[in-house]
Design a protein around this ligand. Structure first.
Ligand SMILES: N[C@@H](CCC(=O)N[C@@H](CS)C(=O)NCC(=O)O)C(=O)O
Length: 209
């Protein structure tokens, strides 16, 4: 498989973690967001939204959306299992990953922050107020649902950790005060000790600057 990825992309980071956890042979193809490579052909022929990541399967097919990629990888490589079998527990996982993927990530994404400052003339300070507002809303709700035992759902790493770690990495980069989120921070630190997470972090991608 090939993963078209930008090192700091949280969505690509999720997929890098899953590929590492499941030990899937893959190649990382860097896409430079700062140079706008994601908005132009040939990349947009593979991912028409002009977003990273994009997964190229061993059959040469292209997939957009990190959630779809994670579903595909889980189906092809069931071990280690990242989704519980129990229907309610699986739905709880979905509820927590949607909180991150739908209610935090898109609001604090590069193109949204750029639209605020470059099109709506929002100041940098107000942009950061926006960023902190949405991440705090999401982390507040998550903190009350999570305990670091040592991972989000207990002894086994799950899809919740796969989504949570990139979002925390992003929060730390923007210097979010993590004091109100001891459980979230502990899960981040516990996951970061695992090679699959460590090798997926932005600094581990070859184009990291
Ligand atoms: N829902 C999409 C989100 C993809 C996305 O927003 N990617 C970001 C990086 S994390 C991106 O490509 N941003 C480019 C931009 O904002 O211009 C997914 O999960 O794959």
């Amino acid at each position: 498989m090939k993963l078209y990825s930008y090192h700091r992309s949280s969505a690509a980071y999720r997929v890098r973690i899953a590929l590492n956890l499941k030990k899937v042979a893959h190649t990382i193809v860097p896409v430079n967001l700062l140079a706008g490579e994601h908005t132009q052909a040939p990349y947009t022929n593979k991912q028409p939204q002009g977003l990273v990541p994009c997964l190229e399967t061993d059959n040469g097919q292209f997939l957009s959306q990190s959630g779809a990629m994670l579903q595909y990888i889980e189906a092809l490589y069931p071990q280690p299992q990242l989704q519980p079998n129990d229907a309610f527990e699986a739905a709880q996982v979905r509820s927590m990953i949607d909180l991150i993927a739908c209610d935090i990530h898109p609001l604090d994404n590069l193109r949204v922050l750029k639209y605020l400052t470059q099109t709506l003339n929002v100041s940098d300070d107000d942009k950061m107020t926006w960023y902190f507002h949405w991440i705090n809303k999401g982390f507040n709700a998550l903190e009350s649902q999570l305990k670091a035992t040592p991972y989000s759902l207990g002894e086994k790493v799950s899809l919740v950790d796969v989504y949570l770690v990139p979002q925390v990495y992003n929060a730390l980069r923007f210097k979010l005060d993590m004091t109100p989120y001891p459980n979230i921070l502990a899960i981040y630190n516990n996951c970061s000790k695992l090679a699959a997470f460590d090798n997926a972090k932005p600094e581990s991608q070859i184009d990291f600057k």
